[in-house]
Ligand binder design. Structure first.
Ligand SMILES: Nc1ncnc2c1ncn2[C@@H]1O[C@H](COP(=O)(O)OP(=O)(O)OP(=O)(O)O)[C@@H](O)[C@H]1O
Ligand SMILES: [Mg+2]
Length: 399
């Protein structure tokens, strides 16, 4: 729309005027119904149509009740941008019109068809305004208003790529998780059940934080949840270690959502708007490693919290080491992940060792390593530690 406006300003060409003229010139059968009428009468709101008049127009209405307006210096159609009220009955009463307009906080016009459409798919509604929603007669403007609206639609279609919203886009869940499933995932059943219960609730806060020490297994829990919900909703994953990785994440989501005309400066807002609309369907957004509170919460307009989508159909899961982040972003649903109990840690360690190396008789040295937070033995030293552990367990087992 902005492009269409710009083109008009820059070139001085008025595509809508041109299209309406061309249509009327080339299609004589439309001239009678769609030409611009002469009279444009607006009566004051308190003056109703003369009901006794037996003609179709307002020739019997009191012309002293007309609103005095400065005539436009052109007869070209004028485009208004703003909210349209959609209702289930025609408004034909000026005081009702004015009351509703005030209650709804300023609207351009009333109509009766678009409300149902907008619930089904994202769309732009273009209407030709043919009357003043009062009791007076304006039928002669209907054809011209319809032509002007059609001309605008045609001019709009000619300036930019229009992406058709297909059924598939709406219903096929998108899968955007950058890690494979951890087939050796163990434990954390209570936390998984708790988060799954929150995800299946229809009401309440849509934000959940999984929090705990570094390496304790937060990302693993989020990953397992994502795989458990795969296919039931779109799942997006943003690595939140830095502003750059978040920006990249949003760009990736915009691409998968096939948002047209993605502007890197504005992509977070574009993704937020899209996912906040019901038409985006069900979704889950994982913001992994959201540890930096300044990135998420601040008075700056760039604070990431303000770019989180909100929808009854969507949930956001944060994983964070930072309890403050958890409590600020998801105050009612913070799920702590404690360090592993010995049984779980031993299970992970067993699975990481070559088959047959671990045995119940393995005594304390192996238990010592298995109790370490996994990040420690996940580091570059992990293989080394595992090798020592394996050797120890072998030695001890064969003693
Ligand atoms: N439940 C689990 N089952 C199997 N392995 C696990 C589990 N939890 C953690 N691990 C192991 O520990 C490693 C670290 O876990 P994870 O990356 O989830 O920790 P984190 O809490 O997200 O750490 P950070 O705070 O550094 O992001 C994993 O790569 C995995 O090898
Ligand atoms: Mg993590």
């Amino acid at each position: 729309m902005a492009q269409l406006e710009n083109n008009t300003i820059m070139t001085g060409k008025k595509p809508i005027t041109q299209i309406t003229r061309d249509v009327l010139e080339n299609h004589y059968e439309m001239r009678e119904k769609c030409s611009r009428p002469e009279n444009d009468d607006l009566f004051v709101a308190t003056y109703s149509h003369d009901a006794d008049s037996n003609n179709t127009g307002c020739s019997s209405c009191d012309r002293s009740q007309l609103v005095t307006r400065i005539p436009r210096n052109t007869e070209d159609p004028h485009v208004h941008y703003g909210a349209i009220a959609s209702g289930n009955q025609v408004i034909k009463d000026a005081p009702t019109r004015d009351r509703l307009a005030e209650e709804l906080g300023g609207i351009l016009c009333f109509e009766m068809e678009a409300a149902g459409l907008m619930d089904q798919f994202p769309c732009l509604v273009i209407r030709g305004i043919s009357d003043y929603c009062d009791s007076h007669k304006h039928e002669q403007w209907q054809g011209y208003a319809a032509l002007a609206a059609a001309a605008y639609a045609r001019a709009l279609l000619s300036v930019g790529p229009i992406r058709a919203s297909t059924k598939n886009e709406k219903t096929d869940p998108i899968w955007m998780v950058p890690f494979p499933r951890n087939l050796k995932f163990v434990g954390r059943q209570d936390q998984l059940t708790e988060v799954e219960a929150l995800l299946s609730m229809d009401s309440g806060s849509r934000k959940i934080a999984i929090t705990g020490l570094g390496g304790v297994g937060k990302t693993q829990v989020a990953l397992e949840l994502a795989y458990r919900r795969r296919g039931t909703c779109s799942i997006f994953w943003i690595s939140s270690v830095s502003q750059e990785s978040v920006q990249q994440g949003y760009m990736g989501i915009a691409e998968r959502l096939k948002l047209g005309d993605v502007d890197p400066m504005n992509v977070k807002q574009q993704v937020k708007s899209h996912l906040s609309h019901r038409n985006a369907g069900k979704w889950l957004l994982v913001c992994d490693n959201a540890d930096d509170i300044d990135m998420w919460i601040s008075k700056e307009r760039t604070a990431l919290e303000s770019f989180l989508p909100q929808s009854d159909l969507g949930h956001v899961i944060f994983t964070t080491r930072n309890r403050q982040v958890a409590q600020r972003l998801a105050p009612s649903h913070t799920i702590p992940i404690e360090e592993m109990d010995q049984h779980t840690a031993t299970q992970i360690l067993t699975q990481s060792l070559p088959p047959g190396l671990f045995h119940d008789r393995c005594p304390s040295p192996l238990r010592f390593f298995s109790n370490w937070p996994s990040s420690r033995w996940q580091s570059h030293k992990r293989q080394h530690i595992l090798r020592i552990t394996a050797s120890l367990s072998q030695i001890i087992y064969h003693l």
